[in-house]
Ligand binder design. Sequence first.
Ligand SMILES: [Zn+2]
Length: 501
Amino acid sequence: MACSSQSMTIESYPEEAASTSFAPTPTEETTLLRDRRRRHSFHTARKLSCDYDADAVFLRVELFLAELERRMHWIEEYRKAHMVQIDSSMRRGYATLEAVRDSCSFASGELMGSGKKRAKILVETLEDRYNDAMATKETLEQKAQVGIRLMESFLVEMESRAHAVRDRGIYGALDDGWKAMDSKLVHAREVVDEGMERARRAKDALRDSIDNAVILAQENRLITYADLPHPWRVNPHIQKGYRFTSSKVECFTSMFTFSNELVNIWSHLIGLFIVLSVAFYFYPLHTNFHLSTKADILVAAVFFFAACKCLVCSTLWHTMNSISNQGLMERFACVDYTGISFLVAASIVTTEYTAFYCEPVSRWTYILLTMSLGIGGVILPWHPTFNRHDLAWARVAFYVTLALTGFAPLAQLSYTRGFEWCLYFYAPIVKSVLVYFAGACIYASQIPERWSPGLFDYVGGSHNIWHFAVLGGILFHYCAMQDFFAVAFQRAAGECPHLFA
Ligand SMILES: [Zn+2]
């Protein structure tokens, strides 16, 4: 029954017999097999044909499944790379192929009748999804052949799409890649060219501006803020009275002439002489001096040296900041900053030295901490970022932080000797700290010239006030240092005379 119907059904495929393909399709193969056997005996042929047809279909199923594995692997690779393109329109077909492959692979371990079993599974899997196509066929072989044809069409469709995607992907991607690369290179070149052109123009403009300022200063002696080349502009509220020269000698001689730097230069130059007179005249006369050890004198000397260095650096900067060489001008600015850092650090060291007069370990720990920060403050100004005009607040913040570290020992001292002792000990320094702090705030906020630009160009500007604050701070600190030493000597006599025996 099965055989006759099988034979009948195979003959009912006219489109397969009319196939124009040179390579025999699976159905053509079975047709050829069938026709060959018919020549011998109808019955035998029918029987053989029936058996061969079924076997051929199952063999074809086997071969197809093996091929399916390989072809799907290839598609899978492309699916990973081009999932969207392949899957969006072929998702159902692909899922069917996957289902067939997976379900048939379960039967792969069986040696006998595995072809039939797999054909069965293949058909069942396809019937779930494409019942319409399978319903017209009755036998397993018929259905298996329809299923293979259906799956073959899915595969061909997917493979051709994958090829198309791959070709378009490679050439399209290459094309797009080159185009993008080209446009990026062109853009980058334009940006670089534009940047270089702009830099060149800016450099030319700066050189012209410097030359003009030098000529203007030669003609008028003093120039305005607006006449200054940009790198020399620091405080827009100081509007006039600027010197500008290409000669170092002229910078030096201009310190004796009237300009907006006159007060700044002389406040610290005179301040230097005051500090020197304190260091070499008043300090040796002080009672403390006669009680001091060499180390004590050394600490005081470091403070005097730092104060003098600060004042010298400041005087140097304000004398030389009219030099038309930008690099030189910026180096003098750094010299000014490093002077301040060293002074702040040295001042703090005197407090730490005297506060822990009988505790050498604590003393040197705090001193090392402060000196490290002080060294940082000496190095930092040489970094270009530190000198940026818009970072004036950052510079002030750094110095204020450095100054505040001077109070780091407060916690330990409060714990070991009580808070009252700390207040008593640190009281002398309050004046100098307040003076420094107020001066720094005034310096950074550009008060009072900000309120009345032009009015404080020569005298009374924020920088003048800052200079007097620094000088006042130095002198106040000297007084405080003497008080610290006095307390330290008293403690030493009672608590640690052995240290100085
Ligand atoms: Zn200054």
